[in-house]
Design a protein around this ligand. Sequence first.
Ligand code: NAD
Ligand code: IPM
Ligand code: MN
Length: 355
Amino acid sequence: MRHTVSVIAGDGIGPEVIREGMKVLRRVADLDGGFSFQFTEYPWGCGYYLQEGRMMPEDGMKRLADSESIFLGAVGYPGVPDYISLRDLLLVIRKDFDQYVNLRPVRLLKGAPCPLKDVNRADIDMIFIRENSEGEYSGSGSWLYRGKPNEVVIQDNVFSRHGTERIIRYAYDLARREGRTLTSISKANALNYSMVFWDQVFAEVGSEYPDVKTSSYLVDAASMFMVRDPKRFQIVVTSNLFGDILTDLGAAISGGMGLAAGANLNPERRYPSMFEPIHGSAPDIAGQGLANPLATVWSASQMLDFFGYKSWGARLLEIIEAILTEGRVLTPDLGGNATTEQVGDEVVRKLSESR
Ligand code: NAD
Ligand code: IPM
Ligand code: MN
């Protein structure tokens, strides 16, 4: 079985971490022997923009549509405004390929550093289901009287019934399947249309899942509880913007940006799904071999799960935990002095060892 993967390494540390991710995926396929990956690499990103005046070619989406999945490093770099680089590459892919589920594990792996005190490590074990196609990220709005004294900007939050119901239903299904609790995070006390609607849909859909234990928090209180009492959260469903912010907070309590992975899923598989670390291009450390590739390896593990190779996905997580616990081969963000490549090599070495 051959799986087609489009690779967009992107900007900054993107190419550095993706190189290690591809190396790991190739080794997994070699060891398994029953499947392989056909990677097609696209040089799109800010460098491409500076030469071509666009983030990807006109037929870029058509080319990506031919593959089963996309492996993405990071997008965005000084010199190109973020609202162009991100909207015209990352966000357009998520939206046009209807990758409406952004699944982000917030789990404190064995051996990972945690800044929280008085918290039982095993209690940081959540899966965020972030709405990934609309909400605060709809890209709709207007800018009136630009540059004039009466200037007005309006950014629309779009919550369709279809979009809200399907993400909430996805989260209920996951909670039911895993026998875990489901928490909805919203803000209906201030956002009197979008979030009142969100809460209503959460209750409506919930009536079909009487077996799933639920809670509902306002986003401000939820951020406080994530730090003070993270065991309250198991499966979590929230809007696009809240999910973005809370999963960086999640990364901070579970080992840092170098360990946080995410999958952008089109559950119906009509379009490719995309796997990426949740961190950005980290211009402050780019080009120096300092980037931690383990978030990307975790995203590779999510890709393996998606393709149905769950035992390989789990194996990669065990290897990440072994690397963290041993503490010998770690990048500087985790207190070590290994390079990006050395960490990737260590994953490959451990993979080979285990067979
Ligand atoms: P960032 O995630 O790139 O970096 C935040 C901090 O975390 C930095 O100090 C960085 O050095 C550190 N960090 C991030 N990843 C790391 C890794 N793998 N190993 C070690 N340290 C790591 O966020 P930012 O600085 O706000 O954004 C930089 C650029 O990336 C911007 O253009 C932003 O829009 C873009 N961005 C892209 C994505 C994406 O492509 N998915 C995500 C977030 C931000
Ligand atoms: C993420 C990123 C993106 C987001 C940005 C770069 C548009 O922060 O994947 O978390 O906000 O979704
Ligand atoms: Mn983010």
